[in-house]
Design a protein around this ligand. Structure first.
Ligand SMILES: [Zn+2]
Length: 572
């Protein structure tokens, strides 16, 4: 038996003409016309291998789906087109009749006529569970044919699937040598696979860099008076309807469902942050409140437009929200700009210019607030003597914004962070605080990102450094090389000490030429090459060469460790 289950707003049907000559004989007194609302329409084709034993499974299935979508009304709709192997009409009528009777114990059941050409009109709801087709096999073996097929594959089938998950092959022909995709592959930082388009598989070394960026972020934000939170990855549709993401960015959202409820995989951190704000009453004493999240977000992009880390589907957005009073606004804007400057300095990047986007024709919020927001932004930029351009009318409908454009050492500019005033979300989520006079007020809300997307930022700095990361950020800090045979023990001793001291260190004690080993270490962009030979073993010292340096310096291991520890602490 095949069934197609449709969760509908309504269905209207009418039997027009007999499709079976003997229909009055086998199914007398049928209602030819009918309708139902807020119902589960079960379209059914009884097949040749069905028997009365199929009724039980059919009823179980229908109840199960009806419960999942939460309906009280069921429409049994004979629909021959679902199968090329139809059962005898007498059997079909009997099965449908028995199913009707059994289901009537818990539901209002409407049956469409059997053996008639029918016209029908229905409206299917749009949620992920609204259409489900199933195959019901006599004997109680239920197989879902649409959606997830529940069966274990044969070894040959598994092998075939495995082969189809091709390893992503990077076409380097059109890429420059310093392209982060090439560097990432050479240094074994990350990879991509078509099973997860636009999502990064972080390897140990790439993840090290990412973790260091997060450490820096956490440290600087804690010092700047921010709290850090983390909100769930998927949340109920209700939340996104309040925030406006469900309808407005519908085509960019990944959806899911659970227990008959629609969920959205978060494309932004903000709505979750709103709930954290609302979790307890706020007073003017709590403001300014600065709350950040390094949240993992997903946005649908066509897989063809993905380009390494520069355009990804899954990324980490370092959003933070600042809730403040009108009086605190200028101060807060200034502090965000200072924070951006401090960050940029860490990466050999320069702030090139800032773009200020002002009120568009279609907008919400009073002119008074827009004046305040735009004037405050301009005032801060002028006070700080920052070069900026104005994009008149380019602001979002809910507030003006500034975008930060960075310049790298190759002279390229990148837009990374943003700072945006939001008049919509506090309104939609009814955020409030109690002011000095005990009156309820709406806080002013800012969104701001510094890295923007952590993944994209990593792509930018990887190219800017050409993979030669500063020591604190480098996944390949020290390579210990043996110069000749017989020093392996000493080399291991040096390696162990460096490892114990917490450095990212590797040992190459292979019986290869020094030239080859050094070249490989160079491709891996190690910050330091530490060579040990007979001389070093005898004197208990090490020979150190700085990346890209020509000089080799002999020093003792302890002072080398001390120097590097200081460099890392100072993020050099
Ligand atoms: Zn936000």
């Amino acid at each position: 038996m095949k069934t197609l289950n449709l969760h509908c707003d309504y269905i209207k049907f009418k039997g027009l003409k007999k499709a079976l000559g003997k229909v009055d004989e086998i199914a007398p007194d049928q209602e030819l016309e009918g309708s139902s609302k807020e119902c589960l329409v079960v379209m059914i084709a009884v097949e040749s291998n069905d028997s009365l034993g199929s009724v039980e499974e059919l009823v179980k299935n229908v109840k199960d789906i009806a419960k999942q979508v939460g309906v009280k009304n069921i429409v049994l709709y004979p629909y021959a087109h679902l199968s090329k192997d139809l059962g005898k009409p007498e059997l079909a009528v009997e099965i449908l009749g028995k199913a009707d009777k059994k289901l009537s114990k818990g539901f209002k059941v409407t049956s469409a006529p059997f053996g008639y050409y029918k016209e029908f009109e229905l409206k299917v709801k749009g949620h992920p569970l609204s259409e489900l087709s199933r195959e019901i096999v006599d004997g109680g073996n239920v197989k879902i044919i649409k959606g997830t097929e529940v069966k274990d594959l044969e070894p040959a089938e598994i092998k075939k699937l495995l082969n189809s998950i091709s390893k992503s092959v990077l076409d380097k022909s059109k890429l420059k040598d310093n392209d982060h995709r090439i560097i990432g592959q050479k240094m074994d930082l990350w990879s991509f696979n078509e099973v997860a388009p636009g999502m990064v598989f972080w390897h140990d070394k790439g993840l090290f860099i990412r973790n260091k960026l997060m450490e820096l972020w956490r440290e600087m934000h804690r010092k700047a008076g921010y709290e850090e939170i983390s909100t769930p990855q998927i949340m109920d549709r209700k939340l996104w309807e309040i925030s406006g993401h469900w309808s407005k960015y519908s085509e960019n959202n990944f959806k899911s469902e659970y227990e008959g409820r629609d969920f959205l995989i978060k494309p932004m951190n903000c709505p979750g942050g709103m709930l954290v704000y609302k979790n307890s009453p706020k007073s003017y004493k709590d403001l300014p409140l600065r709350v950040g999240e390094l949240g993992n977000v997903h946005r649908v992009e066509l897989s063809g437009v993905l380009a390494g880390l520069f355009r990804v589907i899954q990324f980490t957005q370092d959003d933070a929200h600042i809730f403040c009073t009108e009086k605190q606004l200028i101060d807060e804007l200034g502090k965000v700009i200072d924070l951006v400057f401090d960050f940029v300095k860490q990466f050999d990047l320069k702030l090139d210019h800032i773009e200020l986007s002002t009120r568009p024709a279609k907008r919400i919020g009073s002119d008074k607030i827009w004046d305040l927001a735009e004037n405050s932004l301009e005032e801060v930029l002028k006070k700080k003597k920052i070069k900026y351009t104005v994009n008149k009318g380019d602001g979002a409908f809910y507030g003006p914004k500034i975008d930060f454009h960075l310049k790298d050492s190759l002279g390229r500019t990148w837009q990374t962070g943003t700072l945006q005033l939001d008049m919509a979300l506090p309104e939609r989520f009814e955020l409030s605080y109690i002011d000095e006079k005990g009156k309820e007020e709406r806080p002013i809300m800012l969104h701001r990102t510094i890295y923007g997307s952590l993944e994209r930022f990593m792509g930018i700095i990887t190219e800017n450094y050409n993979g030669k990361f500063p020591l604190w950020l480098s996944p390949n800090q020290i390579k210990v090389l043996t110069l000749n045979d017989g020093v392996e023990d000493y080399a291991k001793e040096v390696y162990d000490k460096l490892f114990e001291a917490g450095f990212r260190v590797e040992l190459d004690a292979r019986n290869e030429s020094m030239g080859k080993k050094a070249r490989e270490a160079q491709i891996q962009r190690f910050n330091y090459l530490v060579t040990v030979g007979d001389n070093e073993k005898k004197s208990g010292k090490i020979a150190v060469k700085v990346r890209d340096g020509k000089e080799i310096e002999t020093m003792d291991l302890d002072s080398f460790i001390e120097k590097l520890k200081v460099d890392i602490k100072e993020r050099k």
